[in-house]
Design a protein around this ligand. Structure first.
Ligand SMILES: NC(=O)c1ccc[n+]([C@@H]2O[C@H](COP(=O)([O-])OP(=O)(O)OC[C@H]3O[C@@H](n4cnc5c(N)ncnc54)[C@H](O)[C@@H]3O)[C@@H](O)[C@H]2O)c1
Length: 332
């Protein structure tokens, strides 16, 4: 078993630990949480040791990898510290907040020959895997445009001082929470973005960082992505790719936290419209197990580093565009 420590035991860390306990490939013995008292009951229930210092797990030879579920601005330095200690790294999204930082993080993992994986579990949803297969096969022709939406109203109840609502940890309102997943999938379809225009407004809530985000990203190979992410409307999840011969769409039935599956639709010119229902699938665990397969040399991690860099390069440009109301070129 590949033994990991989960770092940051808030909302997501508490989802990851019980999931790992069901895995035949990964075990979790230790968690790191600066607020240890707050998770004593959870730790007892799940049989994990709690430490308060990240350094402790970096020194522990029984731990082969870390799963970082900490606030966004900590990710880069934690990836670098873990890599230098010879630990494989699974990091929640976003890997970094700037292109310069993601390049530093990736250099550290490569210099130290450890695996790097990122919490973009949407890539592991069976209907998204099918969508990518259809796009790459050429069945819908030349991919022209992505239309995507990931909206929710979960943050309406967060305290105003929560880090997830801060302009430093979460610039451009919903971008680092939900928009980033759609940007990652768009990069999976088109590759590197060339320029972006992003507009974020506070229209329907008390979320001062913005609750309504619209992005138009233009990609080097000619395609566009139209990304919508809203924090003041009930859940909606949709990812569609339009091509010169047809289009494909994946629609979530419910919020991924309480999944009930997806509806997959494919329309190819002169053929009958196809609609398929997919049951829920353990995509978060599939991503973590793909990380272990990469760390143990069984299979390359399915998201190449070039796409991790392309995603964060576009993310940085989106932050700049949302702040300036200007079109911003993506660094490459
Ligand atoms: N992949 C997904 O779909 C998904 C979903 C939710 C959250 N996330 C990501 O997970 C990460 C955490 O988000 P969250 O919602 O769980 O936040 P959270 O605020 O609920 O939890 C973060 C936890 O980290 C702890 N912490 C902060 N600094 C620490 C440190 N240096 N060492 C140890 N613990 C530390 C905090 O005390 C807190 O308990 C973010 O990157 C977020 O984007 C991903």
């Amino acid at each position: 078993m590949f033994n990991v420590a989960v770092v940051g035991m808030g909302w997501w860390g508490k989802i990851i630990v019980p999931l790992l306990k069901t895995s035949k490939k990964i075990s979790v013995s230790t968690v790191v949480e600066i607020n240890a008292a707050g998770i004593a009951d959870f730790a007892k229930e799940h049989g994990v040791k709690v430490v308060t210092g990240f350094d402790e797990v970096l020194k522990d030879p029984s731990i082969q990898g870390v799963v970082l579920c900490t606030p966004h601005t900590q990710h880069t330095e934690q990836i670098i510290a873990a890599a230098k200690a010879g630990k494989h790294v699974f990091c929640e999204k976003p890997l970094s907040m700037t292109r310069a930082d993601v390049l530093r993080a990736i250099k550290a993992v490569n210099d130290n020959k450890v695996a790097l994986a990122v919490g973009h579990e949407r890539r592991f949803e069976p209907p998204i895997i099918e969508l990518m297969k259809v796009v790459k096969s050429g069945e819908i022709g030349v991919p022209l445009q992505v239309e995507a939406n990931f909206s929710q109203d979960k943050f309406l109840t967060l305290a105003a001082d929560n880090w997830r609502l801060s302009g430093k940890e979460a610039p451009a309102g919903p971008m680092t929470a939900t928009g980033i997943h759609l940007l990652d999938l768009s990069v999976g379809v088109f590759g590197e973005a060339e320029r972006v225009f992003a507009s974020v407004k506070q229209l329907g809530s008390q979320l001062v960082n913005g609750d309504t985000l619209a992005i138009l990203a233009s990609f080097k190979n000619g395609g566009h992505a139209l990304i919508s992410a809203i924090l003041a409307t009930p859940f909606e999840g949709r990812f569609a790719v339009y091509g010169s011969k047809g289009w494909v769409e994946v629609r979530d039935k419910t919020h991924p936290e309480k999944p009930t599956g997806w509806t997959f639709t494919k329309v190819v010119r002169d053929k009958e419209r196809e609609t398929r229902e997919y049951p829920p699938a353990p995509n978060v665990l599939a991503n973590l197990e793909a990380f272990v397969d990469a760390a143990e040399g069984r299979a390359p991690y399915p998201v190449p580093q070039s796409q991790m860099i392309a995603n964060i390069s576009a993310l940085e440009a989106i932050f700049k565009s949302a702040a300036s109301a200007q079109i911003v070129n993506v660094e490459s």
